[in-house]
Write a protein that binds this ligand. Sequence first.
Ligand code: BJ8
Length: 424
Amino acid sequence: MSDYRCMWTGLGLDLDRHDSLLELLGQGYAQAFLSQQNRPEGMKYFDFVVSEAHGLRIKELVEHKSKGGTVVGTFCVYVPEDVILAAGGIPVGLCAGADFAVADSDGLIPRNTCPLIRASLGFKMNRTCPYIQASDFVVGETTCDGKKKMFEAMAEQHPTYIMEVPQKKTAAARDLFISEVKAFVSKMESESGRKISADQLAEATRRLEAKKAALRRLHEARKADPVPISGLDALLVSQISFYDDIDRFTTKVNELADEVEARAAEGRGVFAKSTPRILFAGTPLPLPDWKLHSILESSGATIVGEESCVGSRYYTTTTPANDDTLDGQLSAISDRLLGTHCACFTPNLERVEDIIEMAREYKADGVIHYALAFCQTYAAEAIKVEKALKAEAIPVMSLESDFSDNDAAQLQTRVQAFIEMLRR
Ligand code: BJ8
């Protein structure tokens, strides 16, 4: 990595703590990813992106800002990325999946809050995340209660804009959300100093849809047995989708999908045929949360899909056709976003149906439902998911954990017992 210290100082990073973070990330990455066998050649690009996540990509963001561009930090897939792109902005996903920053939010939000929320604020407090430092403002949303209250604390540290996301799937909720998306258009116009035209928005949506189509191609290839790409690598691509340059990312994912589809056609896999296949379902797995995937894939199973916002809940939603006026497009974008089956909505029965459908399509031998500690919404849905899967005779196990390694041995024991049961 070139010397980016001057840039990091300019962004206000705590260089000593940042050095410790980079060291930890480097070790974790080498251990989880570089030790894998039979990786597709196309993963080299994503290895490079990770190695330059705090370097080259941040340089691109800083250069974009120096030319008058906007950088917007987001924490949820309900934020319309295409509105940001249409205003010439760059969206970057900021959800954090590292134990490193969890305790840095202590004193601002309760400790019995989900680690994703604590780390998201913690990375602002410890000044080790160049993405939040480079962002002009962050967009929070009214999804779960923990996030809502965290964004109040965040607003005292960093410019924060809140989008109201409804909690029900009714016509009134849809109207509310459309008005929120329109308000966000006004926010982006005032931040960027650019009026968003219908043509610019259509082009931004086209670029976003191209990215999602590339992701769908890649993940579809995981239906093959033997599986042509590991769950760890597929997860990494999904994680990178939230911060890489959108058009370059789309090209590279399509190249990787070409290779992975060819492997599937030739029957070449990363694991032996008939390796137990697991569908992951649950809370998001933001970078660098590779814990459960690492444990499962080093215990003799493979993960063939992620029903998660870092996974299918993101790439399966598409923008329905509507008239090409600005209003028509904004309604279509709102409908696309409301097609995300998040546990913060009530009721949310579609998510259970999605999991059953995915388990069948991806020929999963079993499902692991995962909820981050203190996440009430996904923990509550775990009960419904378990019941529904048992009724379909699909083996299922629910797990709850955090980003630390404290329970790694215990998780491994449970996971190995589950895999053994699937083998029998
Ligand atoms: S659309 S899943 S990204 S809200 S894990 S912070 S729910 S306590 S992240 Fe999410 Fe948007 Fe929904 Fe997706 Fe709260 Fe649960 Fe923590 Fe969560």
